[in-house]
Design a binder for this molecule. Structure first.
Ligand code: PLP
Length: 445
């Protein structure tokens, strides 16, 4: 280890309280300093290269060294490094980005509100839903339905929407105003057909709505494809059925496309892939390729109008963030979307989806692999649970083995998730799976 790495690791261990980390383990073992990025690669402080098979945190669509995004940030820094949109002010980047998002998003969405993170955006969406219910004289229609294994973030409200126990334990969450429906994870080895399973999910949702009282439920929130919960594409007919039920009970649909937005599933938005017509759409991550922190909440007119009326009555919509719609973040997001369009990264995701899936499916011939899941350029393979090591242990060790071999992936339960940058090529995908196959051969032996 060179002296600069040793210093970084020591200082980091002493002073940096890491998110999503065992705080004692990182004090003991230190963290891995990443110092540069190039295309689909990142490079650590010792010069070792890794394929970023997770695009950072499911987010760096255009790769790690895109000069156009650096130029866009510099240009905006020089012109106007900061401004806000409170109290009737605005700036060109946020205006242009609003128009762009409305023009490319599913039809009906016409207004955009900006935050700095996906968590804040989901929090904001829920506050808007509550504000609207009050505006419409329905103060009891406030409950939110999310799903077990969902991931919607970590602020107190968005962590309540999240359906993962580690985001609730010791935090006194979730808030009881959130109820979780069952996880729509179909398993071919479950003994029921996919159609029957979808039916079970819909019955579970209907029963939950009846138990809570349809008049008390304001919204349902869902990721079109569950991401951090394990990469779970929906079973056949699921979204059609969910939307049918929500319409009957006048429950709004919030689509959380923080991971799936901007081409991940092979369409610009997964709402198109799965024929979802959301009332509210939440975007972040690939919105700016995470070069800058930014997220967006898009609303239909029927969601926006009552909120606007209420804000006129009160005199203000009392919600907003100092850095929401930050000019540098907005300028970078705009340029990032232009790159995604001009380089046809959505098309790349769609075209390479079959290659990606074929590589994953080839792994199912191995007895250790229970199932694989994929849509577009997001996927996972799952190990059979091993009673000797306990849940998640093999995947955690396998992820560490891949890291040694220069591939960054994520372990989720017994699964290994992959979500490469959208610029990935077929040859690079072949390389990723060669590493995985070699690792499986040697690690499992
Ligand atoms: N929603 C989804 C679907 C996510 O995957 C994430 C983060 O991974 C979030 C929301 C939260 O976003 P952030 O980490 O920017 O708060």
């Amino acid at each position: 280890m060179n002296s600069s790495t040793a210093r970084l690791r020591r200082l980091d261990g002493d002073h940096h309280f890491h998110p999503y980390t065992d705080a004692r383990a990182v004090e003991r073992n230190g963290a891995l300093p990443i110092v540069r990025g190039e295309g689909i690669y990142v490079i650590d402080s010792e010069g070792k290269r890794y394929i970023e098979g997770m695009a950072g945190l499911w987010s760096v669509a255009v790769g790690f060294s895109e000069p156009r995004l650096i130029q866009a940030a510099n240009k905006q820094m020089e012109a106007l490094p900061y401004y806000h949109s409170f109290s009737g002010m605005t700036h060109p980047s946020v205006t242009e980005l609003s128009e762009k998002l409305v023009s490319i998003s599913p039809s009906g969405l016409s207004k955009v509100f900006f935050t700095n993170s996906g968590s804040e955006a989901n929090d904001t969406a829920i506050k808007m839903v509550w504000y609207r219910a009050n505006a419409l004289g329905m103060p009891n229609k406030k409950k939110i339905i999310a799903r077990k294994n969902a991931y919607h973030g970590v602020t107190a409200m968005s962590a309540s929407l999240t359906g993962l126990s580690k985001n609730h334990m010791a935090f006194d969450l979730p808030f009881p105003i959130v109820q979780h429906a069952m996880t729509p994870h179909y398993r071919a080895d479950s003994g029921v057909s996919e159609q029957e399973f979808t039916h079970q999910c819909l019955v579970d949702l209907e029963v939950l709505i009846q138990r809570e009282g349809p008049d008390t439920i304001a919204a349902f929130i869902g990721e079109p494809v569950m991401g951090a919960g394990g990469v779970l594409p929906p079973p056949l007919g699921y979204w059609e059925g969910v939307q049918r039920i929500l319409r009957v009970h006048d429950i709004l649909l919030i689509a959380d496309e923080v991971i799936t937005g901007f081409g991940r599933t092979g369409s610009m938005f997964a709402c198109t892939t799965y024929n979802i017509q959301p009332d509210i759409l939440v975007l972040s991550k690939q919105l700016s390729s995470s070069y800058q922190p930014i997220a967006a909440v898009l609303l239909t007119a029927s969601v926006f109008q009552p909120i606007a009326d209420k804000s006129a009555e009160i005199g203000v919509f009392g919600h907003g963030f100092t850095a929401g719609g930050h000019p540098v973040a907005a300028a970078v997001a705009l340029e990032n979307i232009r790159i995604i369009e001009q380089e046809d990264l959505v098309g790349n995701s769609r075209r390479l989806a079959s290659v990606f899936r074929a590589h994953l499916e080839a792994l199912t011939t191995r007895p250790e692999i229970r199932e694989v899941r994929a849509v577009g350029l997001i996927g996972a393979f799952e190990f059979h649970p091993d009673p000797r090591t306990g849940p998640g242990a093999i995947a955690a060790a396998f992820r560490a083995n891949l890291l040694e071999r220069g591939l960054i992936a994520r372990n989720i339960g017994d699964s290994i998730a992959l979500c490469p940058p959208l610029i990935v090529t077929e040859t690079e995908l072949d390389g990723i799976f060669e590493i995985i196959r070699n690792a499986l051969d040697e690690f499992l032996a």
